[in-house]
Ligand binder design. Structure first.
Ligand code: SP5
Ligand code: ZN
Length: 341
């Protein structure tokens, strides 16, 4: 299996607000380095680079003004004399006005963010677009007739929606790749999200669509981030009704319970008969993950890959979360090896 990788991810090394303090993000450059090292160690296959894309590709799933915001935010922030990370601090919740884009960067940051886990630094935009380009190149590889590809994306993408960033995510890499497949003539795509956190951004982007099925297994939002999305009764809207499937699972879920939910999820995917499968591959379901609450062990990631392979679909794996930096490479690559058989 080819791994699409870019070292530009190193340009994004940010802080987040957690436990009431601003401190380095769990989502750090060392994560992708660890996965890359493991890809090499097991000889998963060759590395490939991705061509730089025009940002109109990203605007197929994001609004043009949001893409423009990502592109210019650091410039607007640093023009105020700031040298530290830009973080949002006010949000248009419930009855506040969200129909007028503020002009001031402090307002824009809140307008285009769902949380304070998405700092913008000098190198963020370059890293973010390089990450999306990897997913696009991986999808192009499938369109060229290959059966699988691994886009080693960083930053991740599944919390980013059409017009907001959140949860370490800026552009939704998996959604951009899924839409690219449709734009190139694909009829139906499934996004299967196995990250511990609900992929609220991917769900939101495709919620009213019948051509993209979204299937997610995640920590129950009653107790887990992102808290405001991922319940079982979120099944789609309008033409998209019935094409969104959430499997919220309790704290402490182990492989036995996870595998049962995954088998149900795979049944939904089979019924949909997609041309292509995009897997949002987060390995923060690991027992020792510092911010999550499932109990998967490293050996469980092989049968996860095998279950996905059982669908028999051309499959693009897109890296999402996973914060147990020592094990993230082993766990992610175990899925890929389990898939390859
Ligand atoms: C892509 C992805 O996995 N994003 C996850 C974003 C989660 N952000 C909220 C993390 C909350 C951490 N709180 C626990 C702190 C432990 N001291
Ligand atoms: Zn996650």
């Amino acid at each position: 299996m080819l791994t699409f990788y870019s070292q530009l991810h190193h340009l994004h090394h940010a802080s987040e607000l957690k436990d009431g303090k601003v401190s380095p993000c769990f989502e750090m450059p060392h994560r992708a380095d660890t996965v890359l090292a493991r890809v090499r160690e097991v000889g998963l296959g060759p590395l490939a680079t991705a061509p730089a894309q025009d940002s109109s590709r990203y605007a197929r799933v994001h609004s043009a003004r949001y893409v423009r915001f990502l592109e210019t935010a650091w410039q607007e922030w640093s023009a105020l004399g700031h040298q530290h990370d830009a973080l949002p601090l006010v949000w248009p919740v419930r009855d506040l006005r969200s129909d007028i884009e503020p002009e001031h960067i402090d307002g824009k940051l809140g307008f285009y963010a769902m949380d304070a886990g998405v700092a913008i630094t000098a190198g963020t935009w370059q890293a973010v677009r390089a990450s999306a380009d990897l997913a696009l190149a991986g999808m192009q590889h499938l369109l060229d007739g290959q059966h699988s590809a691994f886009a080693l994306c960083r930053p991740p993408g599944h919390h980013a929606a059409a017009e907001y960033m959140g949860g370490y995510c800026y552009l939704n890499n998996a959604a951009i790749a899924a839409q690219f497949c449709l734009d190139q003539g694909g009829k139906r795509v499934t996004v299967l999200d196995v990250d511990f956190h609900h992929g609220n951004g991917s769900q939101s982007i495709f919620y009213a669509r019948a051509d993209v099925q979204f299937v997610s297994l995640h920590g129950d939002p009653r107790r887990s981030y992102p808290y405001f999305s991922g319940h079982r009764d979120e099944t789609g809207h309008g033409a998209g009704l019935g094409f969104n499937h959430n499997y919220p699972l309790p704290h402490g879920t182990d492989w036995t319970a996870y595998a049962e939910a995954l088998a149900h999820a795979c049944q939904q995917i089979r019924a949909f008969q997609p041309d292509v499968l995009v897997v949002s591959l987060g390995v923060d379901t690991f027992v020792d993950d510092p911010i999550s609450h499932f109990r998967l062990r490293s050996e469980d990631y092989f049968p996860m890959g095998a279950a996905i392979a059982g669908l028999g679909l051309p499959t693009l794996f897109v890296m999402e979360g996973g914060y147990m930096v020592d094990e993230i490479g082993i766990n992610a690559v175990n899925v890929l090896q389990g898939f390859a058989g």
